[in-house]
Design a protein around this ligand. Structure first.
Ligand SMILES: [Zn+2]
Length: 261
């Protein structure tokens, strides 16, 4: 009986090992750094820190771009950062600080808006095949879920939702590429808290996605110091951790997953 239990355990272990994705260059895990809402503190603090650490991030932009910031985003794209889609107007359920109510939206209206933003981003960086983050991490507008409409329309490759510090992705077979969870930082997180999440992802062998807003300014702010500490840890552990953009991480994971089927 004991032998049988051991055998079953081993079998289970082998099956689990098979499900795991092998990351490039023998890396153990993947970390994706994402930043929402096209904030000035991202241009002024986050991007300079990323550039000096030679790390790449993904920036979910809205239509809040102007003649001053567009050249800065263009430069970020040329430096290898990903510019991604967060709609033009950021529609969400009504709150005091949210100017665009999503209650009156239809699925068609938001899909059209996402398509307009795709074209806007093409004008900025000349790239196609965009990724997306749901405004306020809400997957519905006007009381209806629009994830399947987005899937049918085919204008977005991968989409990010929210989550907490448990948003570590290990089961890529079950992962819906249009519902990819992330660790939505609530602001004022310490460097240690951020690094703890990375360590958890490393131990799992999977993928972890950070969702930042302000860095050293703006709102839902993580301090410049905490962000710097996180980047220093990532840089030190580059041999074991693949730090890449949302699109590249997902392209790799989906391809590796399909090859297994
Ligand atoms: Zn947002």
């Amino acid at each position: 009986m004991k032998k049988l239990t051991l055998f079953l355990l081993l079998l289970n272990f082998a099956a689990q090992a098979q499900d795991k994705i092998t990351w490039p260059d023998h890396k153990k895990a993947v970390i994706v750094l994402t930043y929402d809402d096209a904030l000035h503190s991202q241009l002024n603090v986050a991007i300079p820190q990323l550039d000096s650490a030679h790390l790449k991030g993904t920036f979910f932009l809205t239509g809040e771009l102007n003649s001053q910031t567009i050249p800065q985003w263009q430069k970020a794209s040329k430096n290898g950062h990903e510019l991604a889609n967060h709609t033009v107007f950021h529609p969400c359920l009504s709150t005091d600080d949210n100017p665009m109510a999503s209650e009156h939206y239809t699925a068609y209206r938001i899909l059209h808006e996402i398509e307009v933003m795709n074209n806007f981003l093409f004008a900025v960086d000349g790239k196609k095949g965009r990724t997306y983050a749901y405004p306020c991490t809400e997957t519905h507008v006007g009381g209806k879920d629009y994830v399947d409409s987005l899937r049918k329309y085919g204008i977005i490759k991968y989409a990010r939702i929210g989550g907490d510090a448990n948003a570590v992705i290990t089961d890529f077979k079950k992962l819906d590429p249009l519902l990819v969870p992330s660790y939505g930082l609530e602001g004022k997180n310490s460097g240690t808290q951020l690094i703890d999440f990375v360590k958890k992802v490393e131990a799992s062998g999977g993928m972890g996605i950070f969702m930042f807003h302000g860095v050293g300014g703006d709102y839902i702010t993580v301090s410049a110091q905490a962000h710097r500490e996180l980047l220093a840890y990532l840089k030190e552990n580059k041999k074991d951790i693949w730090i890449t953009t949302f699109q590249q991480a997902m392209d790799y994971a989906m391809k590796a997953n399909n090859e297994k089927k």
